[in-house]
Design a binder for this molecule. Sequence first.
Ligand SMILES: [Zn+2]
Ligand SMILES: [Zn+2]
Length: 400
Amino acid sequence: MAADISPRPQARKPVLLSKIEALQDVVNTAVIIPKEDGVISVSQDRTVRVWLKRDSGQYWPSIYHTMPAPCSCMSFNPETRRLSVGMDNGVVSEFILSEDYNKMTPARSYQAHQGGVTVVLFVLEMEWVLSTGQDKSFTWHCSESGQQLGTYRTTAWVSGLQFDVETRHAFVGDHSGQVTILKLEQDSCSLVTTFKGHTGNVTALCWDPVQRVLFSGSSDHSIIMWDIGGRKGTAIEMQGHNEKVQGLCYAPHTRQLISCGSDGGIVVWNMDVTRQETPEWLDSDSCQRCEQPFFWNFKQMWDSKKIGLRQHHCRKCGQAVCGKCSSKRSTIPLMGFEFEVRVCDSCHESITDEERAPTATFHDSKHAVVHMHYEPTRSWLLTSGADRVIKLWDMTPVVS
Ligand SMILES: [Zn+2]
Ligand SMILES: [Zn+2]
């Protein structure tokens, strides 16, 4: 072991605060109510529930409302206490919650999609309700009149949706693995560009409007950070989950990205470090270190009477190398590899212990996360699991 690696500032370990367990079915979306010891949940069992913390320390429903269909998604605006619920029957229903969170009043319902609603997002500034559905459409409605303003056909089912208020760009992540960027007008939209980087479904999107960075999480286990504000087209891949990424949240005041996965992992990424893009993989007919031919290079194999080798790639320099010249593994956190990956021997020697120091912390939520929500004012994290349990975590930095 080399010299001690000094602990990263702001390293934090989530502290389990509460569990909400009285659930018949999986909660598809749940949010923490800011400034209130409360949680709103919508579930496959068709219920909308508001949970308030009681004197006993436990959360009990103050509102228990049954909807006409399973509830797949929701959006809650704390300022107006407006709750928009998307259902499997394609309907979006909106409610206003009372100040004490003991009552909810229906505001409006409309058929937003022909199939189940997959994501709903209320944008207060525009008075828009954005939604996506299994009918492969993205629509936006006026939250005041309930009128549909516009629609756009997506290439596949959408499971991630974010909106930038300032420039009116919508980010739409779908099951084909691509992220579509649309510029919305009052009643029309135009395609700006598409981002392709994932090999699996896009499962979550998170937009940081200050640094103008978009994070996308995927069933391919990876997260990609798309630097839009930097205007250099950098896309940095971050590998820290063993299964599909299910949720992403950015904590602006601590500059941390929090990701949750169906592996139960909660990963807290330090975004104060500058990460590099991974290199393009180079192609070669022979190992770029020992010059032994790869197995398809029959000419050189014949000429030099050598056995062909299998081609591998060093994740750090991108060179095509044989197995013998890349027998070692290393983490390369500054390239997003928090897990050990193949590197060539010369890169292995050149990576310093400092470079190997993790830029993320890893925690176990002990349930397969299906949804997460982060409340920045108290640094609370909510995870909803496949085990039908909601867990509340305190993410405040812990001094070690
Ligand atoms: Zn070699
Ligand atoms: Zn290398």
